[in-house]
Ligand binder design. Structure first.
Ligand SMILES: [Zn+2]
Length: 173
């Protein structure tokens, strides 16, 4: 199982690179990501969160009922005009949950673990939310970047503290 990178770790702010080789190493990496997401009880996990700056995310909105979706080099091809507020959290930003306003529905194209391209048409609800949150991670964007300045102000102290202890932890390790 992987360790989760916490807010303040620079890997979370990098633009991740695309995957071009679909091999056993990739398969093993994705399996370990999936395992980590399950153990941490997450709805989604992006590779930068496990200190690897590549464009891979896993999403499971079924609470372990179904195999997680593996999104490699994912791209959102359409957003609905309709938007909604939805409370989000992040394994990399523990103990903070905030309402984030995003498009209600999205279509996504991605590659699976075998390198086969597939699309998810008009995902809505939790899936639409999770996919947007995870793809943001691949571009170095965190959900706290997408809240209003007033809301951001409310958690600024907590975030600062988190980033500080993160840096201290890195030095000690
Ligand atoms: Zn996240």
């Amino acid at each position: 199982m992987f360790d989760i990178c916490i807010y303040g770790n620079p890997v979370l702010r990098k633009k991740a690179r695309e995957i071009s080789v679909f091999d056993d190493e990739l398969r093993g990496f994705v399996e370990e990501m999936t395992e980590t997401m399950k153990v941490k009880d997450g709805v989604g996990l992006a590779a930068p969160q496990v200190d690897t700056s590549v464009r891979i995310a896993v999403v499971d909105t079924t609470g372990g009922e179904q195999e997680p979706s593996v999104l490699i080099n994912p791209r959102i091809t359409s957003f609905s005009e309709e938007r909604e507020d939805f409370e989000e959290g992040c394994l990399s930003i523990p103990d903070i949950r905030l309402k984030v306003n995003r498009p209600s529905r999205v279509s996504v194209t991605a590659f699976d673990i075998d390198g086969k391209q597939y699309t998810i048409e008009n995902a809505d609800g939790l899936l639409a939310r999770a996919v947007q949150h995870e793809i943001d991670h691949l571009d170095g964007i965190l959900f706290v970047d997408r809240v209003s300045p007033v809301t951001r102000q409310l958690v600024a102290g907590k975030l600062k503290k988190m980033a500080k202890s993160q840096k201290a932890g890195t030095k000690a390790a």
